[in-house]
Design a protein around this ligand. Structure first.
Ligand code: AMP
Ligand code: MG
Length: 448
């Protein structure tokens, strides 16, 4: 039985030996895609110095003598709103305030700070417009000024190759005028369910012994969240010939990955490995020292897709997807390996000796540090605890129990391309304090 670390190394090596093509995609279609290029800013943001507040632009030096009882008075001789250019009529040597609205460019000249409208006394002229202000405390150079390029400078790295574009990136891309980007073609994942007992969610359970296919809809939801395309090829009964026929159809569509569920264990109907090998696939490994998901199979057609055969129990499928298929997809996009979060175990947790475990877990980031609990109900068919979980906890192969207070690796339910603050490498955080004691972890159904 292969160890998980060795399996992951093989998976990564196979992925790095393959490439996904790339394509240029407009901004409106970028969300959910993986970048095939580093994106550098061609413009700076803000594009020019501008006001962060509605108020008055002044020169801080002019206001230094201001006090509550003896305010500095300045005439208001101009007004700038967002969309104006910031150039004023030349009046060399004249001291005056400029009425300014949020986002409007700082006027060119001595004006270097903004006083907020709420903080000055405004005197109005006959036309109702501000004619003079009284400033009651000194302004500081730069007060409420947003400087050119302070958010993004020209040439700055905005997003790196491999990153999954999320809506927060779209916000920055649009602000920077990045309206197209080169992205990897989405890896195409062909999913084939096996099991004569399976019926679809919308169908009646016709006879005793039938269960619903929960993992195909799960994969349909999860794979796009990983940046992949999902195509389901239906459910085949436990018949190797039907499996081979379905696989022939799948291979004709040239997917990048085939993901089969079920029929990889030791049972009477577990034919997937043999059927694949009879069609020319090379088995990299079958059966891993893990729980759940031990019978996982990884194989490859030389000029075709890789195949992950995950066991049919839903949590085994979820673990196969999260810890083995996901790293494959990430390596295809040339992403770094994920780094786990570190947390302390909230209470003792039994585990099978010799198996690396991926358990449904609840992570709690408290003021006394990060605590994680392996939830009750780790059976690979038990779905309820997954709804209580907000993370996976990983236990090493060695030992038959993990002890309260031990540091363990924790993974988000879905990978985040942005590093966590509480990474395994942060040594200076309060969560390292050995004196800390766990507190009750509140569990709320469906909340994370
Ligand atoms: P198998 O890996 O084929 O031996 O299946 C293991 C268990 O998972 C059996 O109880 C199956 O009925 C169940 N199972 C298989 N496929 C699915 C599926 N797509 N959705 C839900 N349960 C499944
Ligand atoms: Mg089966």
């Amino acid at each position: 039985m292969i160890r998980a670390s060795e399996a992951c190394a093989q998976i990564r090596e196979v992925a790095l030996g393959r490439t996904l093509g790339s394509e240029s995609v407009p901004l409106s279609e970028l969300a959910g895609r993986r970048l095939a290029e580093d994106l550098l800013s061609q413009e700076c943001v803000p594009h020019w110095d501008n006001s962060a507040m509605d108020g008055f632009a002044v020169c801080a030096d002019w206001t230094q003598s201001a006090t509550a009882t003896n305010g500095v008075r300045l005439p208001v001789s101009a007004s700038i709103v967002a969309g104006d250019s910031g150039s004023l009529q030349d009046r060399p040597g004249e001291r005056f305030a400029v009425e300014i609205m949020t986002g409007a460019p700082l006027p060119h000249g001595p004006w270097d700070s903004i006083v907020k409208i709420e903080e000055v006394q405004v005197l109005k002229g006959v036309d109702g417009a501000p004619s003079e202000i009284v400033i009651s405390k000194p302004a500081k150079k730069g007060d409420f000024v947003r400087y050119q390029g302070e958010d993004f400078a020209i040439g700055q790295l905005v997003a790196s190759k491999g990153m999954l574009v999320t809506p927060d990136f779209i916000l920055a891309f649009a602000a920077l005028g990045i309206h197209r980007a080169q992205v990897f073609r989405k890896p195409r994942v062909a999913v084939l369910s096996t099991g004569r007992e399976l019926v679809n969610a919308h169908e009646p359970l016709l006879r005793p012994g039938m269960i619903r296919n929960s993992t195909a809809p799960y994969l349909e939801a999860a794979l796009p969240a990983l940046g992949a395309e999902y195509k389901w090829y239906g459910t085949i009964e436990d018949d190797p010939e039907a499996f081979k026929r379905a696989l022939t159809v799948i291979l004709a569509d040239s997917p990048d990955v085939v993901l089969t569920t079920g029929a990889v264990s030791m049972g009477k109907h577990d034919f997937v490995r043999e059927a694949l090998e009879s069609m020319g696939a090379r088995t990299h490994f079958h059966k891993m020292a893990i729980r759940p998901g031990k019978p996982l199979l990884f194989s490859e057609f030389q000029n075709g897709p890789v195949i992950f055969g995950v066991p049919g129990n839903p949590i085994s499928t979820a673990v196969g997807l999260r810890f083995f298929v996901t790293p494959y997809l990430r390596a295809l996009a040339r992403l770094e390996k994920e780094r786990p979060i570190r947390a302390k175990l909230f209470k003792n947790a039994p585990k099978p000796e010799g198996l690396r475990c991926y358990f449904k877990a609840r992570l709690d980031l408290t003021e006394s540090g990060s605590w994680v609990e392996a939830l009750a109900g780790q059976g690979s068919a038990l779905l309820g605890p997954l709804l209580q979980a907000n993370a996976w906890v990983e236990f090493p192969e060695e030992g038959s129990q993990m002890s309260q207070g031990e540091w363990v690796d924790v993974h988000p339910l879905f990978p985040s391309d942005k590093p966590w603050v509480f990474s395994s490498h942060s040594k200076d955080s309060s969560m390292m304090d050995p004196k800390l004691t766990p507190r009750e972890i509140p569990v709320q159904k469906g909340c994370c």
